[in-house]
Design a binder for this molecule. Structure first.
Ligand code: ADP
Length: 325
């Protein structure tokens, strides 16, 4: 592989006791790209990010970030990366400014550039008006934006974001992606995100689909869709008996959650015949052209299950909270 990759992972394996979290994972991330690791909960995404951030050593294999091996040169690797973890690690009792100031001191940034960059970063994530407010009063979206500002303060070349938008409402999620895109474009930053929200990786340059600790596909969103995506009929049988009958007679059908079935529908004649035959037993029918969701379904026979449900409840909770985002 070329020596110019921003991140180079070779045959990395990691286990927690008898649980395999990563199984010989290899990937390469070009500089300045947005690279998305997509997979369901438990796929191994956080373990890989932890290894790349030097928080955990791989059991086997090697990983290099911005030219530094994470095991042999961890401090050098750490200087070139910024990280936004899933769980907030801000100090609630400090102001936005103080949180960033502390980070700058830890990184040994000299006073003048540190102060200038704190101001720039707070403006970038539109928190300039909240500079001297205590973080305890911030909404979830404001905290996440402050964490992004903090992760960028020491001017890293690579930014890792582990599930950056979990629990945030739709509007705030969009805003966060807007900042990240801007940063990538303006500063040539390499951005690696993990997510289990398929709709959030449509704009990534490269997507790596990971399941049970293994990479099962990698490519641009369009390439993945044309290579692995299929059209599906999503149907909702009227009752359990109808569902059982369809499953027994249609071996190609996959049972989904909420009693639904997914039936491959690349062959239009086939799917028309199925619909004609089972029309009376269906409460709902939806045609699904190739999407990244269908790529995952084709590759694993499963849906990225909690995507919609988790998002809906996050949106509901955000709606109830209202106010700042
Ligand atoms: P993801 O980020 O994709 O949700 P993780 O990397 O957190 O996946 O987890 C990968 C696997 O490793 C899962 O089976 C998970 O249960 C297991 N695992 C993760 N962290 C620990 C831990 N600290 N102790 C034991 N098992 C763990």
């Amino acid at each position: 592989m070329s020596g110019t990759a921003a991140i180079e992972v070779k045959e990395v394996s990691a286990a927690y006791g008898s649980t395999t979290a990563l199984d010989a994972v290899s990937l390469s991330v070009p500089p300045g790209s947005h690279f998305a690791l997509l997979g369901p909960n438990g796929a191994g995404k956080t373990t890989l990010v932890n290894i790349l951030c030097t928080l955990r050593r791989p059991d086997r294999g090697s990983a290099v970030v911005a030219g530094s091996d994470v095991v042999r040169r961890p401090s050098q690797a750490r200087r070139s990366i910024g990280v936004v973890f899933q769980d907030s690690s801000l100090d609630d009792r400090l102001t936005a400014w103080e949180n960033l100031e502390f980070h700058g001191l830890v990184y040994g940034m000299p006073t003048r550039p540190r102060r200038g960059l704190i101001e720039t970063m707070l403006d970038l994530v539109e928190l300039g008006d909240w500079t001297h407010e205590i973080v305890r009063s911030f909404s979830g979206g404001m905290r996440r934006r402050l964490e992004i500002a903090r992760a960028l303060l020491h001017e890293p070349r690579i930014l890792f974001l582990d599930e950056p938008t979990v629990g945030l409402d739709a509007q705030t999620r969009q805003r966060i992606w807007h900042y990240l895109e801007q940063l990538r474009r303006d500063r040539g930053l390499t951005v690696l995100t993990t997510t289990h929200y398929i709709e959030e990786v449509e704009s990534a340059d490269q997507i790596c689909i990971i399941d049970h600790g293994r990479i099962i596909a990698q490519g641009t969103p369009d390439a993945l869709k044309s290579e692995h995506g299929h059209s599906w009929l999503h149907v909702l049988p009227r009752d359990a008996a109808a569902k059982a009958a369809m499953l027994a007679r249609l071996p190609q059908a996959h049972a989904l959650g909420a009693n639904a079935l997914a039936i491959p529908a690349d062959d239009r004649q086939d799917s028309d015949a199925i619909l004609a035959q089972y029309r009376d037993q269906l409460a709902e029918v939806r045609f699904q052209p190739p999407t990244l969701e269908s790529v995952f379904l084709s590759l694993t026979g499963r849906e990225l299950r909690d995507r919609a449900d988790g998002q809906r409840s996050a949106d509901r909770a955000a709606g109830r909270r209202g106010g700042r985002s």
